[in-house]
Design a protein around this ligand. Structure first.
Ligand code: WT7
Length: 678
């Protein structure tokens, strides 16, 4: 592609500027190489990509493996530092599993996401396009305007006594005040902890209490599929209990009547006009914490993963550059919620540190009608689109005519995250949504890794539907057997990342012992991902799902133990075991086995009450699909519930398909469980 480049003196900002004029994309189709089932990118796309050939990738990857620290120091050069005062870019105490990246280096994340772009000529370029659930509810924040809002809100937080290292819990819907809050925290060095808006009061309480948040930011309510949902009422319930929260800032969103407590609760719009407009960014150490984000594990208690300023930002920026091939002037849309890590890294920190225009959408794919995503993509001329397989499966089910109603020719690149995308859905995504032009990057990563680890770099690779393909430069991944010997070609095993990299979480808040035990004890020196994988003859990775008791509902991770704990807290429940079952849309759904206490009997009302109880305690995302009341659960002699067997029963297996049942203390429970299956 030929570009015209003009260098000129920008009179208003008094800097030399560059303007790049690109001809519009002609829409060259990708031609699948049918002999190998591969999809090479079109030449037209390749020319706009950051990495343009497999050889280029191989060279950079090989260099990064020869000296990973040197490689990451080069990536760190891409962001702005007040000083790169580190002695050793990387330190790693293998005994304590403590590691640091760029310690002694000084930076500010909000400066990197805002000020530096404002200074470099992007002041009036859109940073965030907010598209509300209602089509005419739109707000566009240029980099300059976003910076002013962030500065003001940073001052609001300061006025409430928030300083460096204090925790701010954020319980907000997908509205611009959410990224403004996070960037304001980053500006003053406060640690944000976002609680997904779909969680209920007990789940909020656990997260707020665990990190002793000083301030909470919430809204009166939120919109979902045309309905008003309460938010502030839930926060009030949380604060009836003892917490460290001193003040609550409340955004007015739905205008619902809410109970405000004098001296504790403040309206966002009242506070914003009472503070100074300017707020200098705090100088932060690379290793100072930037945020906590709680994620589910194999115990009942969610883990507060701690991410740092320096390493996380380097990972977010560098991965955004490699994977999405963002070109100036494009509109990038990630459909995730900022309540999850995908939203943190790829709605907010990745694109904004890169100077991209990021679209933030409040709504859902099916409201007001099933073509909402495509109507939004057409309206804003979206170039790059990042979503989850569960959304794709749901959209595919409603019929292609919803997609065909819209002109999606602006799309150039597609991506997927959250769970494996199977080859069939991949091909549909490619042809129906991508019009046969757009490469797809299947991106594998986790809350813990902070940024994308394994994904095709789409200008360089001939794509393989269903495979996440290769690690990003600087990342070494390996698949090992239980005995820690490497798996051979095509053999499935446990996926490990072979050493710490900058964006990896440093610890679990308040529980370093658990961090060590969960991630580093299985294979010392290697980070255990909890996922199964295999590597094919070309060295490409295929992800096989979780190998632990973590359920992936619509791409969201929910610990079986968390749901079990919720069930057991119900007065009728003696014991509970929760396993995943395959689900056409959500990937996995929640199947629960429940033993009742004496005096309670099985009934539809009781089952309904138990479902509601889980929804209230954990949140609607943890809604069980099935409750099976049982007389007993399969256990080993030491009393451990054998979930392997329960998974098979829930999935519909016959008694001769359950594998070894001889270690059970009471094998007779099996028949009863199979008979009682719903
Ligand atoms: C788990 C992490 C960070 C993304 C959002 C979820 C699964 C994620 C893929 C993919 C196969 C995937 C894994 C992982 N996962 N992306 N492209 N292919 N599996 O973040 O809640 O921390 O969950 O999601 O099982 O361990 P998370």
């Amino acid at each position: 592609m030929k570009c015209t480049c003009i260098i000129y003196w920008n009179v208003s900002s008094r800097v030399w500027s560059i303007a790049l004029f690109r001809p519009s994309n002609k829409g060259e189709l990708m031609t699948p190489d049918n002999s190998k089932g591969r999809y090479p990118p079109s030449d037209e796309y390749r020319r706009t990509a950051f990495l343009k050939s497999a050889d280029e990738y191989k060279k950079i990857y090989a260099e990064s493996m020869k000296d990973p620290v040197k490689y990451w120091e080069k990536q760190a050069d891409l962001i702005d530092w007040y000083s790169k005062g580190w002695k050793d870019a990387f330190t790693w105490n293998k005994k304590t599993n403590e590691f640091t990246w760029f310690k002694g280096g000084k930076l500010n994340v909000s400066y990197n996401c805002l000020d530096r772009h404002v200074r470099n000529g992007l002041k009036n370029t859109a940073a965030i396009i907010f598209q509300g659930e209602e089509d005419n509810d739109v707000r566009i924040y240029t980099y300059g305007h976003l910076l002013s809002e962030v500065e003001r809100f940073a001052n609001v937080l300061k006025k409430r006594g928030v300083g460096k290292g204090d925790r701010v819990a954020v319980y907000l819907p997908m509205i611009p005040e959410l990224p403004i809050t996070l960037l304001a925290c980053a500006r003053i060095g406060a640690i944000h902890s976002v609680v997904f808006a779909g969680f209920s009061s007990e789940a909020i309480y656990n997260r707020v209490a665990d990190c002793s948040a000083k301030v909470m930011v919430t809204s009166d309510g939120s919109y979902r599929a045309g309905k008003k949902i309460d938010m502030k009422g839930k926060v009030n319930e949380v604060l009836e209990k003892e917490t460290a929260v001193e003040s609550v800032i409340v955004v007015r969103r739905t205008g619902a009547d809410v109970v405000m407590e004098r001296g504790r609760d403040f309206w966002w719009h009242d506070e914003m006009v009472k503070v100074p407009a300017k707020c200098e960014p705090e100088v932060m150490d690379a290793e100072d914490p930037l945020f906590l984000l709680y994620t589910s594990g194999t115990t009942g208690k969610p883990k507060g993963m701690l991410h740092t300023n320096g390493g996380y930002l380097v990972g977010a920026y560098s991965s955004y550059r490699y994977v999405f091939n963002y070109n100036p002037g494009q509109v990038y849309w990630c459909t995730a919620d900022i309540g999850w890590i995908t939203g943190h890294t790829y709605i907010l920190y990745g694109p904004l540190s890169f100077g991209a225009t990021t679209l933030m959408f409040e709504g859902v794919p099916s409201y007001p009608e099933n073509d909402r995503f495509w109507q939004v993509a057409e309206k804003w001329g979206v170039d790059i689109f990042y979503t989850a397989p569960t959304a794709l499966r749901m959209i595919r089910k409603t019929g292609d005519e919803w997609i065909k109603k819209h002109d999606l020719s602006s799309l150039k690149m597609l991506a997927s995250v959250g769970e494996p995308i199977d080859a069939d859905v991949w091909k549909w995504y490619h042809s129906v949504i991508g019009g046969g032009r757009c490469p797809i990057s299947d991106t594998w990563w986790q809350t813990e890794t902070g940024s994308i680890m394994i994904a095709p770099m789409t200008g360089a690779f001939d794509l393989k539907p269903g495979s996440a393909m290769k690690p990003l430069p600087g990342i070494e991944a390996g698949v090992f057997k239980e005995d820690k010997t490497p798996c051979g070609t095509g053999e499935s095993g446990n996926l490990y990342l072979n050493r710490p990299f900058p964006s990896l979480a440093r610890t679990i808040w308040n529980d370093h012992a658990k961090f060590v035990e969960t991630y580093w004890s299985a294979f010392p020196g290697h980070y255990l991902t909890g996922d199964g994988a295999r590597v094919d003859e070309d060295g490409d990775f295929w992800l096989l799902g979780r190998v632990d008791d973590v359920i992936s509902v619509a791409g969201h991770r929910i610990g079986a133990a968390e749901i079990e704990a919720a069930l057991i807290s119900h007065p009728a429940v003696a014991e509970a075991a929760v396993v995943p079952v395959p689900d056409e849309i959500k990937g996995e759904a929640i199947y629960t086995f429940v033993t009742l206490k004496d005096g309670f009997t099985d009934s539809e009302e009781l089952k309904k009450a138990l479902v509601n109880h889980v929804r209230n305690v954990v949140g609607p995302i943890a809604t069980p699909k099935t409750i099976q009341i049982t007389g007993g659960l399969p256990k080993t002699r030491s009393g451990k519930i054998v979930r392997r067997i329960l998974r098979k029963i829930a999935g519909g297996s016959r008694s001769d398909e359950l594998g070894d049942t001889t270690t059970l203390i009471d094998p007779a429970v099996i028949d009863a469980l199979i008979k009682g299956r719903n």
